[in-house]
Design a protein around this ligand. Structure first.
Ligand code: TEU
Length: 587
């Protein structure tokens, strides 16, 4: 069994600050602000949250919603001031809670003074803090970027941007306004260490590290393999994810900074699936990061090897197979992992993994809660997930999508296929399923105007989901029925149950109970003292499930169809209704 630690047992709640809560204390009306986070700490404490992770609140031109940082040492006026952050940290502390910051150091904003200096001349001392390369030329003498890598948030474009003044290309993997930092340069690395110390000294408990596996690019910037022969540029993930010096740079973060504090760290690591590669980072003896975000579960509906804005049909057993793989990695090989299915880069989980129609949304959200609260890994809850918030409906016009990735995708599709109504419709369909915008709509606090997110007379920066009159925190807090709990109440109970039985749910053994039934994910969690069994029907159809002998269920204790104890047989055949989930105690 894994060694106990506070950061394994903590429930971490992700705040997407622009959409969380606006008190009007920032410079922009209709934006969430830091005081808004502080104003909701009692709500979060009541839910069972230990750590608040906030997406970037630093000074930023907001090309990519703060993932383009112009000043690591100050807060964007839209969110408030440094004093507001100090107040947030103090208020968290009063409630025995902590603050985790987002550390975005694969790239900066093109408005960051580091980059302004770097691009000012070829002999500027900070020139080498970013990745500059000379142009290539084809036979006709046309200028070409140094290689064929495509931009991540707009794959029709090159990852390289030409700089007229100094006549070189710079690498900017995400958008041209987010130039990549050159981690080969030791001065740059020391500057990153300083940023980290600044925030830890101020009271942050650690960092979520944005695309930390992109920091080491391969020498010579070779071309990426051609995955789409019709596209002008190709995804370069296989080359720059987990690059040659990545582990060395991460270990240095630990030696120079992290080891001097008691921190929690989680590295965002897209496109890594090899357990040995993962263990190099999170293996207990490696001392690199506490855990990472592995993307398999959120990549489940992407065309394999392709971009996120694609649709791919997947069987429900994919969820079982993915979760099982990583449960074993943690428990049997002494690594640690994060448990998450939602964040600001993905559609809403209830819309994606279950059925978000009015009749089943509630059940789907609770099913996902039951799964997450009974599996190992540090648990991450994304704002609104605890309310079962869902994707924007198809009726919302395309102009309401604000994310740079969505905008670039729609532009690409409509310019690639001009006057093609079918293709345009398809593009809108893909965005309605997969856009990052769905998780970025304002949190629905109440049935009041603007869902209580900001003042009634203020226009929120993003459209509020039209279902807010029924789906909101206020209604779910007050909800009362003899048959069931609201999604919010179910989450609160689930988180509490997880803590009370952490020997099983956090540190316990994991045993998969069924590899055959396509629809069902069933598993046993076991400690020295006791055991639990979770059974989840991941389809909208009724399934008859044979309880296997080794399950040894003694009683059902919770389920998403029930407020109290579920009825039904504990052995033999059990009828699982659409999206039904059960939790039982076991021998
Ligand atoms: O995301 C990195 C990332 O690779 C994806 O989650 C990305 O959003 C997706 O592949 C796009 O299709 C992180 C941040 O979480 C994201 O919000 C930023 O846009 C990105 O890095 C750049 O900082």
């Amino acid at each position: 069994f894994a060694e106990p630690a506070w950061w394994k047992e903590s429930t971490i709640y992700q705040v997407y600050p622009s959409s969380f809560k606006s008190t009007g204390s920032g410079s922009e009306p209709g934006w969430g602000d830091v005081k808004g986070i502080t104003s909701k700490l009692d709500y979060l404490k009541h839910l069972g949250v230990d750590i608040v992770w906030t997406s970037p609140i630093y000074k930023s031109p907001q090309v990519d919603m703060g993932y383009d940082i112009a000043d690591y040492y100050d807060i964007d006026p839209k969110y408030g001031t440094l004093a507001d952050v100090d107040e947030l940290i103090a208020e968290l502390k009063k409630r025995d809670m902590k603050l985790m910051m987002d550390l975005v150091v694969n790239h900066t904003s093109d408005q960051n003074p580091w980059f302004l200096e770097s691009r000012s001349s070829k002999d500027n001392p900070k020139r080498d803090w970013y990745i500059w390369q000379p142009a290539k030329y084809d036979e006709q003498g046309n200028r070409k970027p140094p290689n064929n890598w495509s931009m991540i948030l707009g794959e029709a474009n090159s990852a390289w941007t030409w700089d007229e003044k100094t006549q070189e290309y710079f690498l900017a993997l995400f958008t041209p306004e987010q130039p990549d930092l050159n981690w080969r340069n030791p001065e740059l690395r020391a500057a990153v260490h300083d940023v980290m110390k600044f925030w830890l000294d101020r009271g942050a408990c650690g960092f979520r590290m944005d695309v930390i596996n992109h920091i080491s690019k391969p020498k010579g910037y070779p071309d990426a393999p051609i995955t789409n022969p019709d596209a002008p540029y190709q995804p370069g993930y296989s080359l720059y994810c987990n690059g040659p010096h990545m582990n060395e740079y991460i270990r240095e973060l630990n030696d120079k900074v992290l080891s001097k504090y008691d921190t929690v760290t989680v590295g965002e690591m897209p496109f890594v699936q090899d357990p040995d590669e993962i263990l190099k980072v999170v293996g207990a003896e490696r001392k690199e990061l506490r855990m990472i975000f592995i993307f398999d579960i959120v990549d489940v509906d992407n065309v394999p090897g392709s971009f996120r804005l694609t649709l791919h049909k997947w069987p429900p057993s994919d969820i079982r197979d993915i979760e099982t793989k990583y449960q074993r990695l943690m428990i049997e090989r002494d690594g640690w992992n994060s448990m998450f299915i939602e964040n600001h880069d993905n559609p809403r989980s209830v819309s994606r993994y279950t059925d978000d129609s009015d009749a089943t949304r509630d059940l789907g959200a609770k099913l996902l809660c039951l799964m997450q609260t009974t599996l190992s890994g540090t648990l991450y809850v994304y704002q609104g997930e605890e309310l079962g918030m869902r994707n924007l409906p198809a009726s919302v016009p395309i102009e309401e999508y604000k994310d740079v990735e969505s905008i670039n995708y729609y532009k690409k599709m409509t310019s690639l296929y001009p006057n093609d109504a079918e293709k345009e419709k398809w593009a809108r369909h893909v965005l309605q399923r997969k856009a990052r915008d769905h998780s970025r709509t304002p949190v629905q606090w109440s049935a009041e105007a603007n869902a209580g997110f900001c003042a009634p007379e203020t226009q929120p920066w993003m459209v509020v989901n039209s279902d807010y009159k029924t789906v909101n925190a206020d209604a779910q807090r007050k909800f009362s029925s003899p048959e069931s709990l609201s999604v919010l109440q179910f989450w609160k109970r689930g988180l509490q149950q997880r803590k009370e039985n952490k020997d099983c749910f956090i540190y316990g053994d994991f045993e998969l109970l069924d590899t055959q039934t396509e629809a069902v994910f069933a598993y046993k969690r076991k400690s020295k003292e006791r055991a639990f069994v979770t059974v989840l029907n991941f389809t909208g159809k009724e399934v008859e499930w044979q309880v296997p002998d080794q399950a040894g269920v003694s009683a059902w204790v919770a389920g998403n169809y029930y407020k109290g104890k579920p009825e039904g047989a504990v052995s033999g055949a059990v009828k699982l209704r659409a999206w039904e989930g059960l939790l039982g105690t076991a021998k």
